[in-house]
Design a protein around this ligand. Structure first.
Ligand SMILES: *Cc1c(COP(=O)(O)O)cnc(C)c1O
Length: 423
């Protein structure tokens, strides 16, 4: 499968893609197309658009721009939410087949997988996605593959014939584990297993799994791509045109479609992705470093820290470490107290917006028990990093009575910190 080679670097593609033709007096931005039906010639099949649930020009600019970024040879498919996109992809696993899925991943993906498996009759194998050998063993279990008689290591998967799918999320939510993405995709292809990557955390600026041979990429567009916490939207990208047809039919039949205004906002937000991500990543690196030196913080997970278990892998396969950081304190109570004490960070779920968010994940009953009670997930935004650190540092002091271990990293005066600690 050849992927389309964009003429420009991704930073430029973000800004340049999907503009209307350059005609004097024309709009610089694509319009918001509001029409549920389109004029036919002799019947619906003859015109490029017929009815708004099947396809509409309101989606085209976004779907083409995202395909260019993810190096997909065919346009993407926008869905009404990330989870709608994920559900459409999971529907490809046939009855009697197998889905291999990370034990830590976006909670909705895990729940959706379990629910679909029970209803449709396929098996779910839960794996530690960072443990490559364990994932490959699961691939062998799912396919009866015998590595000793293997022939073609570069084999491709026939999407129509595959009876198993491996779901890759890297880095994982909320534990920030890093999978060996190239190795897992190669192993899946060799065994005829479909590969789907949730690329929400990385964005196409940090990794493009289709280039490595992945069959499917999904996004919660809600997060970094749209970037302003004002839309809920999802997307699927594929390398195989037949697979696109299957997923397009799934979208049209289930009707999990996106509204024109949301899609327009997503493209508008995506224009600034590279500058937002640059700032957010730089902030995340600094916050992660300062947290690692902070008394009361037991563990920090961020692939950008040289001491992080996923650092070498992330450095090899990603062009940046992203802007999600997880850290652990001694208890649920302490974590909750920190999330309640912040004033600049917003205590809220979701991620990838310009504003920094903080959330204790285990407060959700559905979260796996392997996620520590005292884990806080940070979605680091684009504010000034010293303001972010001062606020977090003060909140940690207030919640734990400890002070920053290394002077000079916090922007707050110590007397202000003492006042907070006593509050
Ligand atoms: C939020 C999220 C989703 C779900 O997307 P929605 O737009 O909320 O439906 C899927 N995967 C990841 C990694 C997410 O963060």
């Amino acid at each position: 499968m050849t992927t389309r080679e964009p003429a420009y670097s991704p930073e430029t593609v973000l800004v340049e893609a999907a503009r209307p033709p350059r005609v004097p007096g024309a709009s610089v931005n694509p319009p918001i197309e509001l029409s549920s039906t389109f004029i036919g010639t002799t019947g619906m099949g003859d015109a490029p658009f017929g009815y708004g649930r099947l396809d509409t020009p309101a989606w085209t600019p976004f779907e083409e721009a995202l395909a260019e970024l993810e190096h997909a040879p065919v346009p993407g498919l926008v869905f009404g939410s990330g989870l709608a996109a994920i559900a459409a992809v999971l529907s490809l696993v046939p009855a009697g087949g197998t889905l291999i899925i990370p034990r830590h991943a976006y909670q909705g993906s895990l729940q959706s997988a379990d629910e679909l498996a029970a209803r449709c009759g396929f098996t779910v194998l839960s794996v530690d996605i960072a443990d490559t050998e364990a994932v490959i063993a699961a691939l062998d279990t799912a396919t009866g593959f015998d590595p000793t008689t293997a022939t073609d290591p570069a084999a491709a998967t026939d999407p129509a014939a595959a009876s198993a799918m491996v779901w890759i999320e890297s880095p994982t939510n909320p534990m920030l584990e890093v999978a060996d993405v190239p190795a897992l995709i190669a192993a899946a292809r060799q065994r005829g297993v479909l590969t789907a990557c949730d690329n929400t955390f990385a964005t196409p600026l940090l990794q493009t799994p289709l280039d490595l041979g992945a069959d499917i990429v999904v996004h919660s567009v809600t997060k970094y791509l749209a970037g302003h916490s004002d839309v809920v939207l999802g997307a699927v990208l594929v390398s195989d045109p037949g697979l696109r047809e299957t997923l397009l039919a799934e979208r049209a039949m289930r009707g999990a479609i996106a509204g024109p205004f949301e899609v327009w906002l997503a493209l508008r937000g995506m224009r600034t992705l590279s500058v937002r991500l640059d700032r957010a990543q730089a902030n995340a690196q600094t916050i992660a470093e300062r947290l690692s030196e902070r008394a009361a913080v037991l563990e920090v997970r961020y692939p950008g820290l040289p001491t992080d278990p996923g650092h070498a892998r992330a450095a090899a396969q990603m062009s940046g470490f992203g802007a999600i950081v997880a850290f652990t304190v001694d208890s649920a109570q302490t974590a909750t107290a920190i999330a309640e004490a912040v004033r600049l960070w917003t205590p809220a779920t979701s991620l990838g917006g310009v504003e920094s968010l903080i959330e204790r994940r285990r407060r959700h009953a559905s979260e796996p028990e392997t996620v520590p009670e005292g884990l806080l997930r940070l979605s680091v935004g684009i504010e000034h990093v010293d303001d972010l650190w001062a606020d977090l540092d003060t909140a940690i002091t207030a919640a734990t009575g400890t002070k920053a271990a290394s002077p000079g990293t916090g922007a707050e005066s110590s007397s202000h910190r003492d006042a907070q600690a006593n509050a």
